[in-house]
Design a protein around this ligand. Structure first.
Ligand code: ZN
Length: 294
């Protein structure tokens, strides 16, 4: 080689070009997929973001609800829950890939939330379980508020993995999610869980790994367990006969947490199983159908 060297500025220009070549296709390569892309009310969409530059973070929202992303399949993913009382229609989603001082890469789109026909259930219950005195009303309201606060709590560590599984072995398919309930002839709030018929004493198991954040004996839910699966995902198990876990216990998927009973407002032994993502109350069946691979 001769001793001729390019001027220093040429080297700087060359390395700038190299940086542009390295980063431009990466930023342009950010891809977002929502599955399902047109969920029904009560469904869960898996939001997968691929082509994220090294060191970048992902944030976003669907229909105004913030998403909580976790590393997934070489990119990032989040669960978007569609509350079962959402009005069907078109909603915006927005994803931002934030990489240091660079301008964020923004992707936006719309998703259609489809309507769903819910059953109407007519129930007859003892008046004492329907027409509450003032003190019992206060108690039931306080318990409901406590559950709402718990479900809205987003803990930062993802504890769930892979598929969510049914919490109990039942002789028939679960039913009743979203049912418009008419109790003793009067319309009441819709039913936010899935009811599994099972005999008293049938083991109830955790639908996925998580932390037990509430064990209680509430007026309507009866004996109950709430599990925090991390990143805003909670499942709840009502009307239990007995509970075999304590608050703060870490549980594995399939680990027994109690037995089926009929405590609280129940017409007979069954498991009431509910699920939420952030404050969105979702169909537990949608969580069980979720196609997360890891
Ligand atoms: Zn129920």
């Amino acid at each position: 080689m001769t001793g001729v060297r390019p001027p220093a500025f040429a080297g700087a220009v060359l390395s700038l070009v190299a940086v542009l070549l390295a980063s431009a296709p990466t930023a342009a390569g950010v891809r977002v997929a929502l599955t399902p892309g047109s969920p029904r009310v009560g469904d869960v969409s898996l939001v997968v973001v691929q082509g994220i530059p090294d060191g970048a973070t992902v944030e976003g929202a669907v229909a105004g609800r913030a998403l909580v992303f976790f590393p997934y399949a070489g990119g990032a993913a989040a669960l978007a829950g569609v509350d079962f009382e959402t009005r069907p229609g078109r909603y915006r989603w927005k994803i931002a890939v934030v990489n240091g001082a660079d301008p964020p890469v923004i992707r936006t789109g719309r998703l259609t939330v489809r309507a769903r026909r819910f059953p109407v259930e007519r129930l007859t219950l003892p008046e004492g379980m329907v027409e509450l005195d003032a003190e019992t009303t206060r108690r039931a309201d306080a318990e409901e508020a406590r559950l709402k606060t718990l479900y809205a709590t987003v803990t930062g560590e993802r504890l769930w993995r892979g598929r969510f599984t049914a919490p109990v072995a039942s002789p028939k398919p679960p039913s009743g999610f979203g049912a418009r309930r008419i109790i003793n002839g009067r319309a009441r709030s819709p039913h936010g869980g899935l009811d599994y018929a099972a005999d008293r004493g049938t083991p109830v198991v955790a639908a996925n790994a998580g932390r037990v954040v509430l064990v209680g004996d509430f007026f309507f839910p009866g004996r109950l367990v709430v599990i925090d699966h991390g990143l805003g995902v909670h499942t709840a198990y009502f009307h239990l006969d007995g509970v075999t876990v304590a608050e703060q216990d870490l549980v594995d998927q399939g680990q027994p947490i109690g037995e089926v009973g009929s405590t609280g407002r129940a017409t007979g032994p069954h498991l009431h199983f509910s699920a939420s993502i952030g404050s969105a109350r979702i169909d537990p069946a949608a969580l069980l159908r979720l196609s997360a691979r890891d």
